[in-house]
Design a protein around this ligand. Structure first.
Ligand code: HEM
Ligand code: HEM
Length: 182
């Protein structure tokens, strides 16, 4: 089993990062968009607590996921038309940057309120800073705006994978899913 990426396939760490990361990001996005417009109350508090608990457990993993992709060797770009190669590259970098921004702005919007990140009342991660109301507002805005950028790029990314699988019928998905390899 390849731990690291090869010229044509993603290795174990990248695949784990990708699929665990995708699960967390899609879940966080769904929960965030769901509670966002709710009036204050028990139901909103329940979903917000879940969002913060999962976020507190995984934000360092999300930093690592992006760090690994940026600082280790990845497979060559998938063979396709030059414009599509370029577009794929742009969407992947927008996804990575958006994940990093979400995983930074989330914790910092809590910490800049002077509050700790409470992970399901098991433990909490104390704030490394005092109250910073302006920075808190900036982080809140960044978190809300980048969530929309992330949503649009995930839709484009998923549609592209579906096109490769069912229209082009090529091997792109197998680069990220080991059991599909021939
Ligand atoms: C990729 C990861 C994440 C995604 C996709 C995500 C998504 C969202 C979304 C869509 C909202 C609603 C935003 C709005 O329109 O106002 C939200 C709010 C929130 N998120 Fe996240 N989030 C992520 C990570 C985190 C992390 C790691 C934390 C903290 C540990 C966090 C803490 C919060 C908090 C406290 C709110 C409520 C903000 C407010 O009161 O306005 N998020 N998130
Ligand atoms: C069901 C949803 C998804 C499917 C089917 C899927 C599938 C794939 C496939 C097949 C590749 C390899 C592309 C290539 O070889 O050029 C890939 C790469 C990538 N995907 Fe996804 N993906 C999904 C969700 C996500 C989500 C939610 C994110 C981020 C939030 C994401 C971020 C990335 C990134 C950044 C890459 C580039 C390689 C890497 O950094 O790991 N994907 N995806």
């Amino acid at each position: 089993m390849n731990i690291k990426d090869t010229a044509n396939h993603y290795g174990f760490i990248s695949r784990l990062n990708h699929w665990l990361g995708a699960l967390i990001v899609i879940g966080m996005l769904a929960v965030g968009l769901y509670f966002n417009d709710m009036p204050r109350g028990d139901e909103k508090s329940y979903w917000l607590k879940l969002h913060i608990g999962v976020g507190g457990l995984f934000f360092v993993f999300l930093w690592f996921r992006v760090f690994w992709r940026v600082f280790t060797q990845s497979p060559q770009a998938f063979e396709q038309k030059k414009t599509l190669k370029r577009l794929t590259q742009i969407v992947h970098w927008v996804l990575l940057l958006s994940v990093l921004i979400m995983a930074l702005s989330g914790p910092f919007l809590i910490w800049s309120r002077g509050a700790p990140i409470n992970v399901f009342d098991w433990f909490s991660i104390p704030s490394p800073m005092g109250k910073m109301p302006d920075f808190h507002e900036l982080m809140e805005e960044v978190h809300a705006i980048v969530a929309k950028v992330l949503l649009v790029s995930i839709i484009i990314h998923t549609l592209a994978v579906i096109k490769h699988r069912f229209i082009d019928k090529d091997q792109l998905l197998s680069r990220m899913v080991k059991f599909l390899r021939k």
